[in-house]
Write a protein that binds this ligand. Structure first.
Ligand SMILES: C[S@@+](CC[C@H](N)C(=O)[O-])C[C@H]1O[C@@H](n2cnc3c(N)ncnc32)[C@H](O)[C@@H]1O
Length: 503
């Protein structure tokens, strides 16, 4: 399976398509603010540069490029199969402001190709850090040191300790058994998983004692083999402590700002009073995060770093957050005012409920929302809860037209959906969000039809198009899903200009 250039990472089977909202520039900026760090957001007509490291087949980078046509997007991966797929999509959708580079991150920083990459305002690396060799991690830090501008925001996700502690041996068992089996990485992953399941069945002590391992083995059942190969079959896979990633990033003058998952920045929602007291013994953020990570089960961290953190006080932070515009991404019918967090379930205060109810009705600045309940002056909480529960997103641009390139990409991605059973969840490019709107296949399909000139009145035609892929007993369910999507989700697409507004 291993090729000479792979350095122990899986290269014989392409990775799955994916879109992760934590990679969005506005999401990085929000994390900065929640971490009391000043952020400079490019204005609508500013040129900016967004770089993705380890971009896989490029869906996330394409959505960013199509949503920000004045920006330059550079997306890098060393697997030529990934770059070929990504380039094909860029070409077919005619996305002109993106460059996919086939390059090895172990060497990129010191190469002529690396030197030609513009200095980045935003960098994102999802699913890269804990899956690659130490030499690649060193190369990544060198690249970040050379290619991020002062004030740049960097998103990094990785498998985190101590949450992964109990799963380390599972990866090793799957990997070692897999490497001794023949064939492509997915076949090897199957063989490794089979041994792990047999060991569990035989009540091997590790499997009876590690609840994480049992959970992982159960969850693996429905997962794609491409994903499992890239997750388990890399020779240098190693989960990391936050403190160690902080130390590595410091070499590139990058300071940790906050979690890209907003709710994770609110200890009062995550920890018990006793746990918070222990955390509050320390002001040092690294110690505080170590305590948080030991209290929570947080196996995948999404963090935002900034090159040269300019710390701001709460008043300045709140004023900056108040200027942000929240835009709903769920219909009012789906408003959820009960919060499910590790310490339990919490019902929102009446004031917050009123604000949330207004927020899911239409775009509004945080300042406008707070004005509805002057007693409730907690701007971080409003944005943290609404974005953290995936009910709203922060708009990168409060208004402005959807560019043609975004429509072209959305049409292209939609045209590939031939079946309701399509398992991909991707995004729809959106200039107002400056990133994708997370969209299940059926919503993508419908957006594609609306962009092709259909209207909601064509819902039954769409069912006919999809009918060959629907089992007869499922037909009514799919019809209902289509009609509910039309009633509840399409208005959001129209509000975000992903599909044209009705005259
Ligand atoms: C788990 S995948 C994540 C892909 C993408 N970020 C996503 O989330 O869909 C990791 C990616 O890193 C790439 N990669 C691994 N080692 C690399 C290296 N040395 N240089 C550049 N890319 C590398 C792989 O080819 C793969 O596409």
């Amino acid at each position: 399976m291993s090729q000479s250039w792979s350095a122990g990472y899986v290269t014989d089977i392409a990775y799955i398509e994916g879109f992760y909202v934590q990679q969005a520039p506005i999401r990085m900026a929000l994390a900065g603010l929640l971490g009391n760090v000043a952020v400079d957001l490019p204005q609508p007509d500013d040129e900016a540069c967004y770089v993705e490291l380890g971009c896989g087949v490029g869906i996330g980078a394409l959505l960013i490029a199509a949503s920000n046509p004045r920006w330059k997007v550079v997306a890098i991966d060393y697997n030529p199969a990934h770059i070929a797929i990504a380039n094909g999509l860029a070409r077919n959708a005619r996305i002109g402001n993106i460059e996919f580079l086939e390059a090895d991150l172990a060497e990129l920083a010191d190469s002529a190709v690396g030197a030609a990459i513009p200095t980045a305002d935003f960098v994102s690396m999802h699913g890269l850090w804990s899956w690659v060799s130490p030499a690649v991690r060193t190369g990544i830090v060198r690249f970040l040191a050379r290619k991020t501008r002062p004030g740049a925001l960097v998103h990094i996700s990785y498998n985190a300790l101590p949450a992964w502690q109990g799963g380390i041996a599972l990866q090793r068992i799957v990997y070692e058994a897999g490497m001794r089996a023949g064939g492509r990485s997915d076949k090897r992953a199957d063989a490794g998983m089979a041994l792990a399941r047999d060991l569990k069945q035989a009540e091997a002590r590790y499997f009876t004692e590690s609840s994480l391992t049992r959970e992982l083995l159960d969850s693996i059942q429905g997962m794609s083999r491409e994903y499992l190969s890239h997750e388990y079959m890399n020779s240098h896979w190693s989960p990391a402590f936050h403190a160690d990633v902080v130390a590595a990033m410091a070499e590139a003058k990058l300071d940790w700002a906050a979690s890209a998952n907003p709710l994770e920045n609110f200890p009062e929602l995550l920890l018990t009073i006793e746990q918070r007291k222990l955390m509050d013994r320390y002001s040092d953020p690294v110690m505080r995060e170590l305590i948080k990570d030991s209290c929570l089960q947080r196996p995948l961290r999404h963090d935002v770093y900034v090159r040269g953190a300019r710390r701001i006080g709460n008043a300045e932070r709140d004023a900056a957050i108040a200027r942000l515009t929240l835009t709903p991404v769920v219909p009012p019918e789906e408003l959820e005012t009960t919060l499910h967090v590790p310490v339990g379930t919490a019902e929102m205060s009446d004031a917050l409920k009123k604000i949330m109810t207004a927020a899911v009705r239409g775009p509004a600045t945080i300042a406008d929302l707070l004005a509805l309940e002057p007693e409730h002056s907690n701007a971080p909480e409003v944005v943290g809860v609404l974005v953290g529960t995936h009910q709203c997103q922060v708009a990168l641009r409060a208004d402005g037209e959807q560019p043609d390139c975004a429509n072209r990409l959305n049409r292209l991605l939609a045209s590939r959906i031939k079946s309701v059973a399509d398992a991909r969840t991707s995004g729809l490019a959106c200039a107002r969000l400056g990133t994708g709107l997370t969209a299940p296949p059926i919503l993508q399909f419908i957006a594609g039809r609306l962009l092709a000139g259909d209207t909601e009145a064509n819902a039954e035609d769409w069912l006919e198009t999809l009918r060959p892929t629907i089992r007869p007993e499922k037909l009514d369910t799919v019809r209902k899903v289509i009609h509910t999507t039309v009633e509840q989700r399409v208005p959001i697409l129209r509000q975000l200009q992903i599909v044209p507004e009705l005259n």
